[in-house]
Design a protein around this ligand. Structure first.
Ligand code: FES
Length: 373
């Protein structure tokens, strides 16, 4: 009976939180909660009576055997999200909570947004979300961040592999009704069982050219075959690629390969927007290579090289350098002061980048080999 009443109370407070965050101005929620903050209110409704950024799971959809989409309602402390951005999610774990970054896969009109999570064998956070998260679960999180966002270009090409489709899907879904924008979407999946958002992509308006491709030859009677990863095939598949802004997201080997091809065809890298795709250990049977070293980052002026491991995931280049005992000059740590400004001469990063100029305090590794000046 006690369990039932606490469940009912939880349900009521979930609905109350949903109504409050949807219809009550944020400033008013902040005013009321901060003026009534005490042990009781914090316990009764830890979603609103808190000073922390939190999300509450309001729905869960299974996309395929290993991927789930979580619909999240943000509390009053979170800044608004832009399609294509990512945020840090924290899940309970002993001795310390675990965090991981996830791309926002869609933003909804009711103020909620979604993340789409692939369960990976050794991905502690993805496993926790798949096993323990349920409707009503409240999680701590960061503000949405990242520069992988649509910036008003007239011609765009979204190139993704696997679950790297998520930030691309998020952007295209948000601009799908802007029929003056020439949008082409190219998504590669290994097998049909790995497909995500297939039906949703099929429902996009006709002016959006979309190619949903599956690499496994047995599945190709129903789906397009991905283009061979050669510069000739790339140009054949996208003859007007030089006129487009390319949004690229996928596992590091795929991104590295495509970036090499873009280099070969002398693509203007100012028109390239890339999103870091967190590496997680592959599930057994997956063909991906397993290694402790995820990327190598060379700091040329300092003559030092860092081997990035799983412990560095989700960290900026500045934080990774610090983790490995390298001091980089810095100030604000938020991309504002320009103190950490440097140039990239090899590889790719995502985040605060203008041409070859990058700001390590707000940039993340996006290729297996990176050289900074
Ligand atoms: S530390 Fe200020 S811009 Fe990087």
């Amino acid at each position: 009976m006690r369990k039932l009443s606490s469940l009912l109370a939880q349900e009521n407070f979930s609905s109350f939180s949903a109504l409050a965050t949807r219809f009550v101005p944020t400033e008013l929620i902040e005013y009321v909660t901060s003026n009534t903050m005490n042990e009781v209110t914090r316990r009764v409704n830890p979603f609103l009576w808190t000073y922390q950024k939190k999300v509450q799971i309001v729905a869960i959809h299974r996309e395929n055997h290993a991927v789930k989409t979580f619909v999240l309602r943000p509390n009053q402390h979170m800044n608004g999200a832009l399609p294509g951005q990512h945020l840090k999610i924290e899940v309970p774990s002993a001795p310390e909570p675990l965090t991981r970054y996830y791309s926002i896969s869609s933003i909804r009109k009711d103020g909620t947004f979604t993340i789409t999570v692939k369960r990976c064998h050794e991905g502690a956070v993805s496993n926790w979300l798949h096993k323990h998260a349920k409707i009503g679960t409240i999680l701590k999180c960061s503000d949405p961040e990242g520069q992988f966002i649509y910036q008003g270009q007239e011609k765009c090409l979204f190139l993704s592999a696997g679950v790297g489709i998520t930030p691309c899907y998020s952007i295209v879904d948000a601009i799908q009704n802007q029929d003056q924008v020439d949008i082409e979407v190219y998504a590669i999946f290994k097998r049909t069982t790995d497909l995500v958002y297939e039906q949703q992509m099929k429902r996009w308006p006709a002016h959006i050219k979309r190619h949903i491709t599956v690499a496994n030859s047995l599945d190709q009677q129903y789906y397009e075959k991905p283009f061979d990863l050669t510069s000739g095939a790339l140009l054949k598949a996208f003859p007007d690629i030089h006129e487009r802004t390319v949004y690229l997201c996928g596992p590091p080997p795929f991104m590295d390969k495509v970036i090499n091809l873009l280099e070969e065809i002398k693509f203007n890298f100012d028109q390239l927007n890339i999103e870091r795709f967190n590496f997680v250990a592959p599930a057994p049977g997956d063909e991906q290579e397993n290694s402790d070293v995820l990327a190598e980052i060379r700091f040329n002026k300092l003559g030092q090289t860092v081997q990035m491991t799983e412990a560095d995931q989700g960290k900026t280049l500045l934080e990774i350098a610090e983790n490995h005992g390298i001091h980089l000059e810095h100030g604000c740590r938020s991309g504002m002061c320009g103190t950490c400004r440097t140039q990239i001469s090899e590889g790719c990063v995502s985040g605060n980048q203008i041409g070859k100029v990058i700001y390590p305090c707000t940039c993340y590794p996006a290729s297996e080999r990176i050289t900074l000046e």
